[in-house]
Design a protein around this ligand. Structure first.
Ligand code: F6P
Length: 355
């Protein structure tokens, strides 16, 4: 599709929600109208709503006032669009039909790795698609940050600050279970910002004994409390704790598991705290509002330049674009030599390994 031919752009938000999605919806709609005279069709409930042909034109008025709101006014969904359309896996006729029914010339897909993988496949099958990376997990390759991450980090840091006072008063160990699936970005950044004493992330296999030693040592020197931040994706003897739901792992249980371990081994009173979906709600931080807006404006520019199969991204403080296929090849994990790990270790944080 050439430059200047795009008149109607579909926009969907899919997968888990996060703060900043409404900032994207606002920026996409306003930029399309104001800079290009194009219309945006807001699609309800991600790919499921798309194959069901559920969408509406968004006016500048519709998106007025939503910048500070968490969640997504379009709704989101997980799930398999082929199944929802009653088609065999890989039968893209439901997408051809959705493009026709909604009369759109291009589609912007906002989401994490699942959503962007689907977007990449759509592009491979000839659909004019552009991606915008979002997720609190910050696990999308080829972008330094996804929006939603900074807001979740702030919520987790505030929770750790709050937990400090009660942990101190009761001389307890509090084990905080944090989201993030298979990667440890949230625990690393929020754990260090909140001054966690032990941080356990999936990328660094822990030794139980090191955790016990650290909390006991703190007790011995008069710090009669500890905060242990644990990623939901940390394994127990090679196994993730949780259950399978609709072909996807629903994480849960590691906080309680580590809490029992610590209490049994050290005799210190220990309690687990699961932050859960609190981490995904509420208003976006300033950083996320600006990142979401920048990524959205870039995505519209890509659409208008006919640069499909791309994802907007931030790299080294520059807004740029990368091929979707490169962004979805694997998850972006925390490198073991990351500078934050080095800094945290230097100020006394343990990652559950011998230094
Ligand atoms: O990917 C975002 C995320 O919040 C993960 O950190 C978490 O494991 C998962 O989604 C929870 O999914 P759901 O909202 O479907 O319970």
């Amino acid at each position: 599709m050439g430059m200047g031919k795009v008149r109607r752009i579909g926009l969907l938000t899919a997968g888990g929600d996060c703060p900043g999605l409404n900032a994207v919806i606002r920026a996409v709609t306003k930029t399309a109208h104001n800079d290009y005279g194009a219309n945006v069709i807001g699609i309800e409930d991600g790919y499921i709503g798309f194959v069901e042909g559920r969408g509406r034109i968004l006016s500048n008025r519709d998106v007025s006032g939503i910048l500070p709101q968490g969640g997504t006014i379009l709704g989101t969904a997980r799930g398999n669009p082929f199944e929802a359309a009653g088609k065999k896996e890989g039968d893209y006729s439901c997408f051809v039909r959705a493009f026709d029914d909604l009369k759109i010339d291009a589609l912007i897909c906002t989401g994490g790795d699942g959503t962007l993988t689907m977007a990449s496949k759509l592009y491979e099958h000839g659909f004019p698609v552009v991606g915008i990376p979002k997720t609190i997990d910050n696990d999308v390759m080829e972008t330094d940050y996804t929006f939603g991450f900074d807001s979740a980090v702030t919520i987790i840091m505030n929770a750790i600050d709050i937990l400090h006072s009660t942990a101190m008063s009761h001389h307890r160990v509090l084990v905080v279970e944090v989201m993030g699936r298979f990667v440890g970005w949230l625990e690393l950044v929020a754990g260090v910002a909140g001054g966690g004493d032990v941080i356990l992330i999936p990328e660094i296999p822990y030794e139980e004994g090191v955790i016990f030693e650290r909390v006991l040592e703190r007790s011995r020197v008069g710090k009669r409390f500890s905060i242990v931040v644990v990623a939901e994706g940390v394994k127990v003897r090679g196994r993730i704790l949780g259950e399978e739901e609709k072909g996807r792992i629903k994480f849960g249980g590691i906080g309680a598991y580590i809490s029992h371990l610590i209490e049994d081994a050290t005799g210190l009173e220990t309690r687990p705290v699961v932050l859960g979906h609190l981490q995904r709600g509420g208003p976006p931080t300033a950083f996320d509002r600006i990142l979401a807006t920048n990524l959205a404006v870039k995505a519209i520019d890509l659409v208008m330049e006919g640069k499909f199969g791309q994802m907007s991204a931030i790299k080294g403080n520059r807004i740029t674009s990368v091929p979707l296929a490169r962004a979805v090849r694997r998850l972006k994990v925390v490198p073991k030599n990351h500078y934050i790990i080095r800094s945290a270790t230097a100020v006394g944080t343990s990652f559950g390994v011998r230094e």
